[in-house]
Design a binder for this molecule. Structure first.
Ligand code: URA
Length: 206
């Protein structure tokens, strides 16, 4: 616990102000703006995607393109409102041509994500796709093997249920993946009702 929801929200806004002018890696030269994340600063459920795409870079908000529309619709079908969750990305800046994040970019950007987790205090962190999943599980096992199976993980000072999910962009490309993602998202309300066990499997702190 680092304070009341109001205190944590104010601190998150401070972190956002700092992140907005981040120049820790060369993506700061090609981005339009930092896409810090958006949603409920006191959310029980937090999503972590890969990196902003063209539309996110333009609007400064995460998951506002086609992947975002699919995610919002699947959440709605599961009875979860997008306003109730917080959505962030592994990288806060768009990689040129939507190329994959590099290991150095991921490491450089990681402290922003861990600050978000520390201040939002989610109980469930759902990772979307391989990059967020491998970063936060500290395990190189691919998403196809681990999706939909909740893990108890320590992320910084916080113990959470980490739920790996397919990335919505992959679901847009393949109907089978879309069905698996929808089924995994439908299991989120039940996971949110469960107590998080306080014996973490591994420390994913930076
Ligand atoms: N894909 C992501 O991983 N994040 C976004 O914000 C948009 C698309």
């Amino acid at each position: 616990m680092v304070g009341s929801p109001d205190t944590r929200r104010s601190e998150l806004v401070e972190v956002f102000r700092e992140a907005r002018s981040c120049v820790k890696c060369p993506l700061s030269e090609s981005r339009t703006q930092v896409v810090f994340g958006a949603g409920n600063a006191n959310a029980d459920l937090m999503f972590v995607g890969e990196a902003p795409g063209a539309e996110e870079d333009r609007q400064g908000l995460p998951f506002v393109g086609r992947s975002g529309a699919l995610l919002t619709s699947m959440l709605g079908n599961a009875g979860i409102s997008r306003e109730d969750v917080f959505i962030a990305n592994t990288l806060k800046c768009r990689p040129p041509e939507n190329r994959n994040p590099t290991p150095v970019e991921i490491e450089t950007c990681k402290p922003w994500l861990f600050e978000q987790i520390r201040l939002i205090e989610p109980r469930v962190v759902a990772t979307l796709g391989n990059f967020a999943t491998k970063l936060l599980t500290c395990d190189q096992t691919g998403i196809t093997k681990v999706h939909g199976k909740p893990q108890v993980r320590r992320l910084g000072s916080r113990t959470v249920f980490l739920l790996p999910l397919f990335h919505p962009a992959a679901a847009l490309r393949a109907t089978g993946t879309s069905e698996l993602l929808a089924a995994d998202i439908n299991a989120l309300p039940e996971l949110l009702r469960q107590e998080v066990p306080q014996e973490p499997a591994e420390d994913g702190a930076p």
